[in-house]
Design a protein around this ligand. Structure first.
Ligand SMILES: NC(=O)c1ccc[n+]([C@@H]2O[C@H](COP(=O)([O-])OP(=O)(O)OC[C@H]3O[C@@H](n4cnc5c(N)ncnc54)[C@H](OP(=O)(O)O)[C@@H]3O)[C@@H](O)[C@H]2O)c1
Length: 238
C-alpha cells in the first residue's frame, strides 16, 4: 500500500500538499493582489510537475477572481487534475478559465442560489453543497468528499486564506514552497491568520529538503502532526 492509500484507509482523508510560490519575505502577492510572476519559469515548470502528480488542485474564490488561472498542466507532460474551487456565494463568473479543460468541482453551501448552481452545472461543473463551519465552507468535509470520489492526492494552491484554513484544520501533510529572491514588504502573506500567539504553538515541519532551482529555492517538508484541538475533535465527530 502506498502513502496515499495508507492515509486514506486510516483517516478517510486525502494526502494534501500545500504549494506556495512566495517571496523571501513570505508574500504570495503584492498588496493589490498581483502575483505574476513571483518565481522563475523553471520553478513554474516544477510547479506543473506537482500538478501532474496530483488528482485534484484546490483553490479559493479569491485566487480565481484575482488571477483567472487555468489550473492545468501545460509545462510538462501529464494529465491536468480535477479542479476544486471554494466559492460559497458562487461569485466566480461563468467566463472564468477554470470552466474549460479538466473536470471542475465548485464547493459551495446549502444556501447557494439555485439559479447560479444551475448555470454552473450547465457549464459542465459539478456543484457540491457543503456544510458551513465558522462562516466558511467546511474544508475538511470537502477534502473528505474528494477522497471518497477517488481524489486521494490534493494539491492546494492557495490563496492565503485557503492555505490558513487547511493548516488550521491539520489537513496538510506536505509543504512545497518555492521561494524567490524578491522582497515585497507588506503584501499578501503566504498563509493567512492562524491565531498563533506563542512560538511554541508554531506549526512545526520535519524532513526538510531544500533544493536550488535557478535563483529560487524549493523548500519541501512534512507537517509534524500535532495533538488535535477541540475544534478538530468536534469536526472528526461530524
Ligand atoms: N503565489 C502563489 O503561490 C499564489 C497562489 C494562489 C493565490 N495567490 C494570490 O493569493 C491571493 C488570493 O488569496 P486570498 O486569501 O485573497 O483568497 P483565497 O484563499 O484564494 O480564497 C479565499 C476565499 O475562498 C472562499 N472560501 C470558502 N471556504 C473557505 C474556507 N474554508 N477557507 C478559506 N476560504 C474559503 C471565501 O470566499 P467566499 O466567502 O466568497 O466563499 C474566501 O474569501 C491573490 O492575490 C492571488 O494572486 C498566490
Amino acid at each position: 500500500m502506498n502513502e496515499l492509500e495508507t492515509k486514506y484507509r486510516s483517516t478517510g482523508l486525502p494526502f494534501v500538499t500545500l504549494k506556495l510560490a512566495q517571496t523571501l519575505d513570505g508574500n504570495i502577492a503584492t498588496c493589490t493582489g498581483d502575483s505574476k510572476w513571483i518565481t522563475s519559469k523553471a520553478s513554474r515548470v516544477r510547479g506543473h510537475q506537482l500538478r501532474a502528480e496530483a488528482d485534484a488542485i484546490l483553490v479559493g474564490r479569491g485566487t480565481v477572481i484575482a488571477d483567472d488561472p487555468e489550473l492545468s498542466v501545460r509545462y510538462v507532460n501529464g494529465k491536468s487534475p480535477t479542479k476544486i474551487v471554494l466559492d460559497s456565494q458562487l461569485k466566480i463568473g461563468l467566463t472564468a478559465k477554470i470552466f474549460s479543460g479538466a473536470p471542475l468541482i465548485i464547493a459551495t453551501t446549502e444556501e447557494a442560489c439555485k439559479k447560479r448552481i444551475k448555470e454552473r452545472k450547465k457549464k459542465g461543473a459539478q456543484v457540491w453543497q457543503m456544510p458551513v463551519m465558522n462562516g466558511q465552507i467546511n474544508l475538511k468535509a470537502v477534502v473528505q468528499k474528494a477522497a471518497l470520489s477517488g481524489l486521494q492526492h490534493i494539491l492546494i494552491e492557495g490563496g492565503s486564506r485557503v492555505a490558513a484554513s487547511a493548516l488550521r484544520l491539520s489537513l496538510v501533510d506536505r509543504i512545497a514552497a518555492f521561494v524567490a529572491p524578491k522582497i515585497l514588504g507588506a503584501g499578501t502573506p503566504a498563509i493567512g491568520s492562524l491565531n498563533i500567539t506563542s512560538i511554541t504553538d508554531a506549526i512545526a515541519l520535519e524532513n526538510v529538503n531544500v533544493e536550488s532551482i535557478g535563483n529560487d529555492f524549493l523548500f519541501t517538508a512534512r507537517v509534524k502532526k500535532r495533538p488535535k484541538t477541540a475544534e478538530q475533535s468536534c469536526l472528526l465527530a461530524l
